[in-house]
Design a binder for this molecule. Structure first.
Ligand code: NZQ
Ligand code: ZN
Length: 391
């Protein structure tokens, strides 16, 4: 195991009706003037926004609001939010929604206290200072409610990139699984896929002897395998929603990733797809992961065989471990299909003729040096082959 530090100080409030504590939580973390940030309207339709406002009012906390965050959030609204926060002297940002709303909130939080362009943070500059952010999560997926990360798409060139820093870790996150019961099945399934991707990205490591985190990841993957179909079958299954929601947080706050090298190539390859075609990130991952895994599996075939036996119930073929590895990947892909996720380019509206653009943006965009690194370092030729496997 590698040396590591782990600092994840988000205060979680989990369970039914917990959104009513929004006002007291903001107060506890020092907020006096709040920006309520939200997406395309699901929180308005569900009545959640009104309940959150009532909770702030009950604590005497004033607020301003900015809706309109799109899935795969854009830079334009971030600039607007930064301007609004400065004008209104906002000192706390409350994200009410999914990963996109939370990421947009984190970007605004970092930009308000920075003299330069917030995009600098999305070119590799670590975020060291930001306004405090709190979240009320409405979809189990991205894990942004417990992560130090934010992913934004710059509109001029549709460059989708991530930024990171402990300063943007949410101070608190309110997780009420009942709020996720209004999700369309496709979004629920995309969330399940994303959570599983966050686990796989950590499982694919080049560090040896990481039994504790291997076993944690396997436990969470098994949970998703069990609860995913139950929630697709019955969207109102609170207990399944609850298990998925907490698994989503644990999959990405890095408790499963400490002390080990991680992959993230599937995410990098997918981000170009959701940037260009605006597909749901989880749907893009359902298409991307099987192709990437088949391409890189010989780098450490036993790692793929291990997850195949421990999670997907395959029997180990000791004479041909690659057959076990391939069977595990096929079972993972069949699982994604069974919950309604696509399996190829056509399923996310992607086009074969765009592959050179995708590869160029992926390997060279925003200052990259022609390769992406992770479990295996991939160059343009590798990435071209991987995208072709998805057609
Ligand atoms: O915008 P509204 O109207 O709220 O609708 C949303 C949106 O259309 C809808 N939705 C959310 N909660 C709902 C609901 N509809 C009905 N009822 C509810 N309770 O679902 C749609 C998707 O929402 P979004 O926030 O985009 O989903 P998600 O949480 O999957 O976030 C995706 C974004 O997170 C990034 C992705 O790349 C993508 O941009 N990621 C962020 C990460 C991080 N910050 O750590 C890590 C991830 O790997 C990921 O890259
Ligand atoms: Zn993800």
């Amino acid at each position: 195991m590698q040396n590591f530090t782990f600092y994840a100080p988000t205060y979680f409030v989990f369970g039914k009706d917990t959104e009513k504590q929004a006002g007291s939580m903001v107060k506890q973390f020092g907020g006096t003037k709040v920006l309520i940030h939200y997406g395309g309207g699901s929180v308005v339709r569900s009545g959640l926004l009104d309940r959150v406002k009532a909770s702030l009012e009950a604590e005497g906390i004033s607020y301003t609001e900015l809706g309109g965050v799109k899935p795969n959030p854009r830079s334009g609204l971030v600039y607007e939010g930064i301007k609004l926060c400065k004008e209104e002297k906002v000192d706390f940002i409350l994200a009410v929604g999914g990963g996109s709303t939370i990421d947009s909130s984190k970007a605004i939080a970092s930009g308000v206290v920075y003299d330069g362009d917030f995009w600098d943070f999305y070119c590799g500059k670590p975020i060291e200072k930001a306004l405090p952010v709190g979240t009320i999560l409405t979809i189990a997926a991205a894990g942004s409610e417990g992560s130090p990360d934010s992913v934004i798409t710059r509109e001029e060139d549709m460059m989708k990139r991530g930024a990171s820093g402990n300063a943007i870790r949410p101070r608190f996150s309110i997780l009420n699984p009942a709020l996720t019961q209004t999700l369309p099945p496709y979004q629920t399934a995309a969330g399940i896929t994303d959570i599983m991707a966050h686990l796989y990205e950590r499982y694919l490591t080049n560090t040896e002897e990481v039994e504790v985190t291997d076993r944690l990841i396997e436990a969470l993957l098994l949970t998703m395998k069990h609860e995913g179909p139950r929630v697709i079958e019955d969207p109102n299954n609170y207990e399944a929603r609850a298990n998925i929601m907490w698994a989503g947080m644990m999959a990405h706050n890095n408790s499963c990733g400490v002390g080990r090298s991680q992959d993230w190539n599937s995410h990098n390859i997918e981000h170009e797809l959701s940037a260009l075609y605006d597909c749901a990130h989880g749907a893009g991952l359902a298409v991307t992961m099987p192709a990437v895994f088949r391409y890189v599996m010989n780098h450490n075939v036993m790692r793929f065989a291990q997850v195949a036996t421990r999670v997907w119930g395959c029997s180990m073929d000791f004479a041909h471990p690659e057959a076990t590895a391939l069977e595990g990947i096929a079972k993972m892909q069949a699982f994604f299909t069974s919950i309604g996720m696509p399996s190829d380019f056509a399923g996310i509206g992607a086009k074969e003729e765009d592959i050179p653009t995708l590869v160029e943006n992926l390997c060279c965009g925003n200052g990259r040096d022609g390769t992406i690194s992770g479990f295996v370092t991939l160059d343009k030729e590798d990435c071209t082959r991987i995208y072709k496997m998805m057609v």
